[in-house]
Design a protein around this ligand. Structure first.
Ligand code: NAD
Ligand code: LMR
Length: 368
């Protein structure tokens, strides 16, 4: 974060002297639902990202104020706000990454699936517009397909169903590219890291050092926990057996950590007591994932994040696992790696629910 803000500051200084040496390519990011609880802090975080040259903020109401506010921040990107469906086309013109946090959030006592009736329609209409305004020139020039369509980062719940809805909409429009559609599950990873670091008593956000068997201090990396499956209740499966740094946690501690990660969203919904669900941590997670997508597009090697994508890792057509991001979006969907017996059991348990949510999304997209 320090490197990023200082490079942004350096970039701003150079621009004030009348020329620019910014080497990062032009990248346009659109946020659909930009005036909402997630949309506003996400707009702020994307405005702070030096990889973004154009930030397009769209909502059905209140976007001009958010855009005017964010646009005064002296960082690289030019900000434009768009309000109302008639301006959605302009908002989407030339985008590289579309982030979708549009839709209603949960209240206490609701499941994410209870949001389906409202959010499925919102996602369907936004994806119809994406198909129309981020056109697939590959129809005429197949070789250009991968460089023409935007990466879609789906945040709107229920993600387990909204991603299949998006896929169906794009398929019908002839613009589907499975490498470019992502369900954002980064918040599950963010939570798993935080909860794990607390239990394992390691610094959550620092690279850590350790003594090897010959008592040499070695660099080990950051706290990391892959989270696979989907994004709702038991479909969220954190793989603490693969967490780094390794810690000798008991089976009870692993069970408690797993449950807390699966219930992380509900913990926030209950604490907010009717005033919505996670917004700030989600904006952080959404900004992290979009940044990873931009790095991949820009050719940065070895960008790996967990995401809910079209997959052959299991028999389910969509599944969250580690994904390598590249110039065309998904470069490689990585396998699950070795699982503990507890995780193998969790994997089998989640499949029926995830399958039903996927089928529900596909049916909605085809019936409506
Ligand atoms: P919010 O109600 O605060 O904001 C939603 C915004 O969407 C509003 O500004 C609203 O005007 C806008 N909107 C509604 N219909 C729209 C349309 N057709 N086009 C454009 N914008 C439209 O809600 P929030 O707290 O920001 O949450 C948004 C969604 O994100 C919810 O579905 C929530 O469940 C989901 N969410 C997902 C995750 C995740 O990990 N994937 C985490 C948190 C929240
Ligand atoms: C979350 O995980 O915080 C989101 O999916 C919002 C919710 O409804 O829990």
């Amino acid at each position: 974060a320090i490197a990023r803000s200082s490079s942004a500051a350096a970039g701003a200084q150079i621009q004030r002297r009348g020329f620019s040496v910014t080497s990062a390519p032009e990248r346009k990011v659109a946020v659909l639902g930009a005036a909402g609880g997630i949309g506003q802090p996400l707009a702020l975080l994307m405005k702070l990202n030096p990889l973004v040259s154009h930030l397009s903020l769209y909502d059905i109401a209140a976007t001009p104020g958010v855009a005017a506010d964010v646009s005064h921040i002296n960082t690289r990107s030019e900000v434009k706000g768009y309000v109302g469906e008639e301006n959605l086309g302009q908002a989407l013109e030339g985008v590289d990454v579309v982030i979708i946090p549009a839709g209603v959030p949960r209240k206490p006592g609701m499941t994410r699936d209870d949001l389906f009736n409202i959010n499925a329609g919102i996602v369907k209409s936004l994806c119809t517009a994406i198909a129309k305004y981020c056109p697939n020139v590959g129809v005429a020039f197949p070789s250009l397909l991968s460089s023409s369509t935007a990466l879609v980062n789906m945040i709107s719940n229920p993600v387990n169903s909204t991603v299949p809805i998006a896929a169906e909409v794009f398929k019908k429009a002839g613009t589907y590219d499975e490498k470019k559609l992502f369900g954002v599950t980064t918040l599950d990873v963010v939570r798993a890291k935080t909860f794990y670091a607390g239990k394992a008593k390691v610094p959550v956000a620092e690279t850590y050092l350790r003594c090897n068997p010959t008592w040499r201090i070695v660099f080990c990396g950051e706290v990391n926990v892959p989270v696979v499956g989907g994004h709702a209740g038991i479909t969220i499966l954190p793989l603490f057996s693969q967490a780094t740094p390794q810690a000798n946690l008991s089976a009870e501690e692993i069970t408690a950590l797993t449950k807390r990660t699966q219930d992380g969203g509900t913990e926030v919904v209950e604490a907010k007591a009717g005033k919505g669900s996670a917004t700030l941590s989600m904006a952080y997670a959404g900004a992290l994932f979009a940044d990873a997508c931009l790095k991949g597009l820009n050719g940065v090697p070895d960008v790996v994040e967990c995401s809910y994508v079209q997959s052959t890792v299991t028999e389910l057509p969509f599944f969250a696992s580690k994904v390598r991001l590249g110039k065309n979006g998904v470069e490689e969907v990585l396998g699950l790696g070795p699982l503990s017996d507890y995780e193998k059991e969790g994997l089998e348990k989640l499949k029926p629910e995830l399958k039903a949510s996927i089928e529900k999304g596909i049916k909605f997209a085809n019936d409506n």
